[in-house]
Design a protein around this ligand. Structure first.
Ligand code: ADP
Length: 205
């Protein structure tokens, strides 16, 4: 499978900071960040897919696997066509996908995963605090309701956490997600920069 996208996965519970770190990385030349939740949120809410996304996400549930991966594959192909993402020059930073073991199997056809960055957190209260802050700032229906947040946590533990077993243990890097964004970014870059140097030529002098 020679043409798969060279990828780093940002992995972790809701509120672990995948989006924050992904957004920062995405501003650095040579990285292309894509958040599955953000892609879903750009879909017209009156379309069939938009309605399905609204229904599932407002309950704190996952959109079905095949639908998600198809939507994702279509979106990334469009980004390549538009020239926003250049697979030959950019390391792909994915957050929010794969989110189930089935999705990780379906995604194997599309992505070559070099490392999985697991943003860990043993302070559940801090994660809830972050999600509530995000609800106030970004008007997200799925963050506003305590019950929905709790459901997302359960879904994460049951459906998403087992995704780690799909990848080689040696490719999983755990990083503590409690700390300053700069510290966490520093820790992520320690893993990611050597991969960029090894696989992309664009930044050679
Ligand atoms: P968070 O990381 O806080 O859970 P996201 O923005 O990643 O939030 O996702 C918001 C919602 O979008 C999820 O709760 C789910 O309903 C839907 N979603 C996002 N990514 C996926 C995915 N890979 N598979 C299924 N549903 C998804």
């Amino acid at each position: 499978m020679p043409d798969r996208y060279k990828t780093i996965l940002l992995f972790g519970a809701p509120g672990a900071g995948k989006g924050t770190q992904g957004n920062i990385l995405g501003t650095i030349p040579g990285f292309f960040h894509m958040s599955c939740g953000d892609v879903f949120r750009t879909i017209d809410i009156s379309s069939d897919l938009g309605k399905a996304f609204y229904d599932y996400s407002s309950r704190g549930e996952l959109v079905p696997d095949e639908l998600t991966v198809k939507m994702w594959a279509k979106n990334i192909a469009a980004r390549v066509t538009l020239g926003e993402y250049k697979p030959k020059d950019d390391l792909l930073i994915l957050d929010g996908i794969p989110r189930t073991v089935e999705q990780s199997k379906l995604m194997d056809e599309h992505i070559d995963v070099f490392k999985v960055i697991h943003l860990t957190c043993d302070d559940e209260k801090e994660m809830f605090k972050r999600l509530r802050r995000r609800a106030l700032k970004s008007n997200r229906i799925d963050d506003a309701d305590e019950e929905v947040i709790r459901r997302r946590w359960k879904v994460y533990e049951k459906e998403t956490y087992p995704v780690l077993e799909h990848y080689n243990r040696g490719d999983i890097v755990s990083i503590n997600s409690i700390g300053s964004p700069a510290q966490i970014l520093h820790d992520i870059l320690e893993t990611v920069v050597p991969i960029q140097n090894a696989h992309f030529k664009a930044f050679e002098g």
